[in-house]
Design a protein around this ligand. Sequence first.
Ligand code: ATP
Length: 197
Amino acid sequence: MRLGIFGGSFDPPHVGHLLAASDAFEALALDRLFFVPNAAQPLKQGVLVATPAQRLAMVHYAVDGDPRFSVSPAEIERKGLSYTVDTLAAFAERYPDAERFLLVGADAFATMPHWREPARIAGLARIAVLHRAGDEGAAPPAGIPAEAVVRLQTRRVDVSATEIRDRVRQGRSIRGFVAASVADYIARAGLYRQGTA
Ligand code: ATP
């Protein structure tokens, strides 16, 4: 089995995430791709607006009904700061025979030396770096062996969670930026209206 692991804040999950996941699913010939929303992102503390439970609910809304995608509550259930190495170790234990791929955006890949135990991460999964069309493919950061890295081209979808939160705060529509069920949830829960991000 070929397994993809796609972590992020997903605050909220948007079409950029879904299309990147879809491109990666095909390029890596995955059997299953897990979205893993983090409880607290060590490098992003203080900027999240939705609670972990709300982000988990939104990721479910975004992917439910799509047989390619699953949601793992592992990081949110673990609470505290989310370290990728712990998540991968848990996946390795649960799916020891799977070929595991950790999906990371090119921006996140560049910060990998600051993550906990980058070399162990590279031993637990291949690192699939998502390059949005037009991105430069930077060399692997220090401590990451080149053979652990797979480069993927994904389409450029110029949307970010930050922009979506801003749009909600400004009272603008986010239809088309997120799944309709996610937009409904954001409206129902009153998310992002007075955020600090
Ligand atoms: P924020 O605007 O809050 O920083 P974000 O939209 O970048 O959030 P994250 O949850 O931080 O979303 O992203 C999770 C992963 O998805 C990261 O690896 C990131 O590189 C990737 N990603 C985010 N937006 C896109 C996009 N438009 N296209 C492809 N990949 C994306």
